[in-house]
Write a protein that binds this ligand. Structure first.
Ligand code: SAH
Ligand code: SF4
Length: 376
């Protein structure tokens, strides 16, 4: 690490503080607690990252802030705004690493897809992030920074005005429940009035099924839950979502029931994500099995067209197969939607953040070459 980087990491990045932590930060400075909300408003409503512009703070306080803190968003390395309103950013973090963040507007909704880790350790067989392996957790500041960039691309918001980002889904890179603290902190900022003011039903955490962390989540925060299910039985799910070997379907679904019971709302459902892989999990037989499997868990089903990536071994199911599957599930009484592939013109649909991936196959090919070279 260079000297410059060491100096920088000593300052606290205020993007990563939720309301309580921001108050504590100002109390530590010998200031009043209400300064916390003022700062949240500067950062998240007004998009301000320069302390010298914060005119409701005294000059002395602004100087002190510049000494101990910073508001350091990720750098926009690349952006593409599509004709249909979809926006995509490639964001680069000051301490290294890149993510893609996608904004998809739809009627009155604007959904932002956010990443929680660089890469992912869970290695689902159809996922390009999984193929990259795990690099590191994102900090809370890096997770919130993605929302900051997206919202700022529309300009400042006032307290009650229309906000462009109405929904956030933790469906970019990474397994959010394996970066628990930072994800919970950043979701707190997303939901805070002085943060992004997003309602708890509109912040969705998607997990491949880290069961103990699902229980912990419901102890700490009330958000919507989506499960990456993808298969109606353990034999198939073991192949697609390897964490299933540790937490098989019955264990996972019991955790889903506990999650729902915790919040005592009979209108509440868990979203079951199901990526449609041609000839693998997309037959009517699979749909039948799924309908039986989920009968005790209030669920809605979201069918996701598979997004192929270089080196992937699967194909996207035909529209017919998707429709047949959807109709069967609907007839069985499940609300079943198909994720739209809007933003395809900029390759932006959520959960499909392919990027410039160095996948494991390529890495192992390089190893093979190296070994060959040594043998020659
Ligand atoms: N790790 C979490 C959240 C990130 S993945 C999880 O697995 O839920 C977000 C969603 O995108 C998941 O439902 C995931 O299964 C899906 N996904 C991953 N790769 C995909 C691909 N190639 N095509 C379509 N959906 C994919
Ligand atoms: Fe990780 Fe989710 Fe991809 Fe599985 S689908 S490898 S859990 S990001």
């Amino acid at each position: 690490m260079s000297v410059v980087e060491i100096e920088r990491t000593e300052k606290i990045n205020l993007l990563g503080l939720d309301g309580k932590a921001m108050e504590a930060f100002f109390l530590d400075l010998g200031e009043k607690a209400f300064r916390g909300n003022q700062m949240m408003k500067w950062i998240h409503h007004l998009g301000q990252s320069d302390f010298t512009e914060m005119t409701n703070f005294s000059k002395g306080l602004r100087e002190r802030l510049a000494e101990v803190a910073e508001i350091l968003p990720p750098k926009v390395a690349h952006k593409e705004f599509s004709k249909d309103g979809t926006r995509k950013w490639v964001l680069e973090f000051p301490s290294g690493g890149r993510v893609e963040t996608v904004y998809i507007p739809d009627k009155k909704r604007g959904t932002l897809c956010v990443s929680s880790q660089l890469g992912c350790a869970l290695d689902c067989s159809f996922c390009s992030t999984g193929k990259q392996g795990f690099q590191r957790d994102l900090t809370a500041a890096e997770i919130v920074g993605q929302v900051w960039v997206a919202q700022n691309s529309f300009g400042p918001v006032d307290n009650v005005g229309d906000r462009p980002v109405t929904n956030v889904v933790m469906m970019g890179m990474g397994e959010p429940l394996l970066n628990f603290e930072n994800v919970v902190t950043s979701m707190n900022v997303m939901m805070a009035d002085f943060g992004y003011g997003i309602s708890k039903r509109r912040v969705t955490l998607s997990t491949s099924g880290v069961v103990p962390a699902i229980d912990r989540l419901s102890d700490e925060i009330d958000v919507s839950l989506a499960i990456s299910l993808h298969a109606p039985n353990d034999a198939l799910r073991d192949q697609l979502v390897p964490i299933n070997k540790k937490y098989p379907l019955q264990v996972l679904l019991a955790a889903c029931e506990r999650f729902l019971n915790k919040f005592e709302s009979n209108r509440r459902r868990i979203t079951m994500e199901y990526v449609m892989l041609s000839g693998v999990n997309d037959s009517v037989e699979h749909a039948k099995e799924l309908a039986v499997l989920l009968r005790n868990v209030p669920s809605k089903i979201n069918l996701i067209p598979f997004n192929p990536f270089p080196g992937s071994e699967y194909r996207r199911s035909s529209n017919n197969a998707v429709r047949r599957f959807q109709t069967f599930m609907q007839d069985a009484g499940y609300i079943t939607t198909v994720r739209s592939t809007r933003g395809d013109d900029i390759d932006a649909a959520c959960g499909q953040l392919v990027g410039k991936v160095v996948d494991r196959t390529k890495r192992s090919e390089r190893w093979k070459n190296k070994i060959q070279l040594q043998n020659e």
